[in-house]
Design a protein around this ligand. Sequence first.
Ligand code: A3P
Length: 334
Amino acid sequence: MDAYQEPHLPNYMKDDKVTQETKSLMSSLPANKDFMGYGLYNYKGCWYYPNTLQAVLDVQKHFRPRNTDIILASLPKGGTTWLKSLVFAVVHREKYRENPQTHPLLSQNPHDLVPFLELELYANNQTPDLTKFPSPTIFSTHMHLNTLREAITKTSSPPCKIVYVCRNIKDTFVSGWHYRNMLHRTKMDEATFELMFNGYCSGVLLYGPYWEHVLSYWKQSLEDKKNVLFMRYEEIIEEPRAQVMRLAEFLDCPFTEEEEKSGSVEEILKLCSLRSLSNLEVNKKGTTRIGVDSNVFFRKGEVGDWKNHLTPHMAKTFDEIVECRLRGSGLVFQ
Ligand code: A3P
């Protein structure tokens, strides 16, 4: 069977939305295949499936953020779903204070509340209606900062805020492995696990290499602290309260003393916890607007799950690659 005919394959992995212009661009780009044989193209240092590349180009060409917009950025499996819920809950907290039972996070998947630019909005539409979302509008993306920057710098508004979340490569990889098994509705074998591991090590994976992506946002967060916040999944797990308060401070909506005393931060953490979200009917069934089942985004949410899956050699290889690639940047993973 042609790989692209596989049932349940989300649109972003396919190649049927590519324009003639993009096809001709693709013919000049470095090409490769992911661990399952799906074609990847390297555009400005980052790997994309054909339809994802098309949407990324459309975001660059047409998306012009307003300075009140908030963009959440991450690598897939880096904590995107959690960040989307937390930011939505923090930013819109006043609206649902009186009637918490009407909170949209109880009835909609976080990915449908905070749309992906390239995986949803611009996936099949060069001029999506961006006015239908509540203000301030929260968008999300997996795009590398250098690619996103083309859109940001072309806007006439002052820069918008960007929040980046990252996670150590070993857990990101293992989470990605489970995700792909769920996506393809199969249990892939050990040989395929190794192929995917090799893809991560060489950087050939959607939005990879990992280190280039992380570094692009890390460097900008040092240069522009007012507009770019760098967060870590592990830190949110370790000190959730402090990290949510940091997030609110950065987004210019700090918790008041009264809110702190009345348990507002804890309420948000509870609402956005893996346990609460994954137990909601809306997140147990159905499909998100990017064409991926809603339940696929929730699994264990632990730090160090890689120990259950990687051989000591694989773990060491990841550590060495990341240490080498990040050397001198000030960014360190334990
Ligand atoms: P695991 O596969 O390690 O469990 P992304 O949202 O970027 O796709 O990342 C998915 C990972 O984040 C999964 O990790 C998932 O379980 C975890 N996750 C999703 N929602 C979460 C939440 N509310 N709190 C903590 N972790 C969450």
